[in-house]
Design a protein around this ligand. Sequence first.
Ligand SMILES: C[S@@+](CC[C@H](N)C(=O)[O-])C[C@H]1O[C@@H](n2cnc3c(N)ncnc32)[C@H](O)[C@@H]1O
Length: 284
Amino acid sequence: MAMTAKTFEYFCQLVLTRSAIVLEAGKEYLVESRLLPLAKLHGFSTLDEFAAAMSGTMFNTMHRQTVEAMTTNETSFFRDIHPFEALKKAIIPEILARKSATKQLNIWCAAASSGQEPYTVAMLLRENFPELRSWKITFIATDLSSAILAKARSGRYTQLEVNRGLPAPLLVKYFTKDGTEWQIKDEIRNMVEFRELNLIEKWPAMPVFDIVMIRNVLIYFDVATKKNILRNVRQVMSPQGYLMLGSAETTMALDDAFERVQIDKGIAYRQTRATGAVRSYAAA
Ligand SMILES: C[S@@+](CC[C@H](N)C(=O)[O-])C[C@H]1O[C@@H](n2cnc3c(N)ncnc32)[C@H](O)[C@@H]1O
């Protein structure tokens, strides 16, 4: 069932102001397929009626669910593999050496979706860096969507989800089968603290992070929003920290206080004043 141009514009504005996600003309089909089931759940038979009801009221559950329904939560374990190879091969070893006195590692995985990304990093740490057991690790994973965070916190995945990117030995070691699903074990689940955080709103006080992952979310934002977020990232990142973005994302032409570090096929970004062994990795 089609919606009017006014209704489409209402949804575009709502999603833009609340999440910064830009919905371009031509995305009407996406809006319809994602929002019509939600409209029906709230007792409306068309999107025009749904939008009319929302536009006259204060921001409430319907608005929130609408924004969340328009987010794309696509993710997988070890997505794009190279960033995780870079963490294992160069980034974590460099941090281990540099911070051996304080033994404190702070990681933030923003826009973490249903948790596969932070749990991938948690498994990678457990598997490859046993010395970290004596470190204090603060690992925060955030997302805008409370619904997707509930799934992330549960640590439950379907067969299809674990088939995507998770090596069989890690599945066997860190998950238990529960009916048709797989439950991640508490030793990994408890490493990650999930919190709600909208990247375009004021960020709460956070630790100084050694590693910040904001992958596959900047692509949805306009240039001004990307610049703001990158500037804010610098405020919560150690001067020697590492930023990791999605494979289609970059700091180039957005924030020249970051520079790109190539680690084999993996890419990380460091602040231009950063020091540490990984800088020379590419040159070695
Ligand atoms: C495509 S997923 C990326 C998941 C994971 N980082 C990865 O690369 O596999 C994008 C995530 O960004 C979240 N998101 C979208 N807009 C956001 C915002 N303004 N603040 C925080 N998270 C947002 C969505 O809810 C979604 O879970």
